[in-house]
Design a protein around this ligand. Structure first.
Ligand code: HPA
Length: 247
């Protein structure tokens, strides 16, 4: 079974027929939202809203472990994640869909492992390639088929938030090799890997990162850019799910 986890600006996505609604409460707590089962062709997928149903949950307050555990309990083996991001390097302008292959994790204080020695005994998973290559390829192929402009590979710098970055932080992230910056790639991607769930992401670039444009960052403008991109993100997800089902 597949799942889609969407981020801020994508709470109001209309997917079509809801086949079922699941309220799962795993031992590690409440997931961010109800999990809706959406009909997609002959298939269906689960949809979870990472920031809650109204987008009210801050990135550092999300119970990422509960989210991933809930999906695992429903039998999910593949996750397509949507994370809105700011663009840092050339080719990652607002309006582009980035499909990342790497992560630099700068988050702190988040419950970031199932294998923390309390819930499960300590274990160090391999995370050399944080995103699943095959699933990422399926996203790229589907983007191509839909004529959407995507940018890949991409290194995702994950910051703590909820504040946006300083201009100097973005300069530093650029020199570290980051192409895009967002707040929710981690620990989600690592938790999925810990449970052997295949995970890949679509990252709509909704603004130029701090200090890279003349003005200051404006949340309303970022939301407006996300709204413009909802349609293509949804089409891409639906096409990818169809292509994956046919594989
Ligand atoms: N920085 C961090 N997270 C983001 C940004 C950004 O510029 N845009 C969207 N999410």
């Amino acid at each position: 079974m597949k799942a889609v986890i969407t981020g801020s600006g994508f709470e109001s996505a209309e997917w079509g027929e809801v086949a079922a609604e699941h309220s799962v409460t795993p031992v590690l707590g409440e997931p961010s939202s109800r999990i809706l089962e959406i009909k997609s062709g002959q298939d269906s997928f689960f949809w979870l809203r990472r920031h809650g149903e109204q987008g009210e949950l801050a990135p550092h307050r999300i119970n990422y472990r509960a989210n991933i555990q809930a999906l695992a309990e429903l039998g999910v083996t593949q996750i397509i994640s949507v994370n809105s991001v700011g663009g840092i390097s050339a080719g990652f302008d607002a309006g582009v869909l980035a499909i990342p292959d790497q992560i630099i994790d700068l988050t702190w204080g988040r419950e970031s492992s199932f294998y923390d020695g309390d819930y499960l005994p300590l274990k160090h998973i391999d995370f050399t390639n944080p995103y699943n290559q095959q699933l990422s390829e399926a996203l790229k192929q589907s983007s191509g088929e839909l004529g959407l402009s995507f940018a890949s590979p991409a290194t995702f710098a994950c910051t703590q938030g909820p504040r946006l970055e300083t201009a100097a932080e973005i300069k530093a992230l650029a020199s570290l090799g980051a192409d895009i910056v967002g707040m929710t790639a981690m620990p989600e991607a690592a938790l999925a890997r810990e449970l052997d769930i295949t995970y890949a992401a679509i990252c709509p670039v909704i603004n130029a990162a701090a200090g890279l444009t003349e003005g200051l960052l404006d949340e309303a403008e970022m939301r407006a850019q996300a709204a413009v991109m909802i349609d293509s993100v949804q089409k891409l997800i639906q096409k990818s799910l169809l292509n994956l089902a046919a594989q």
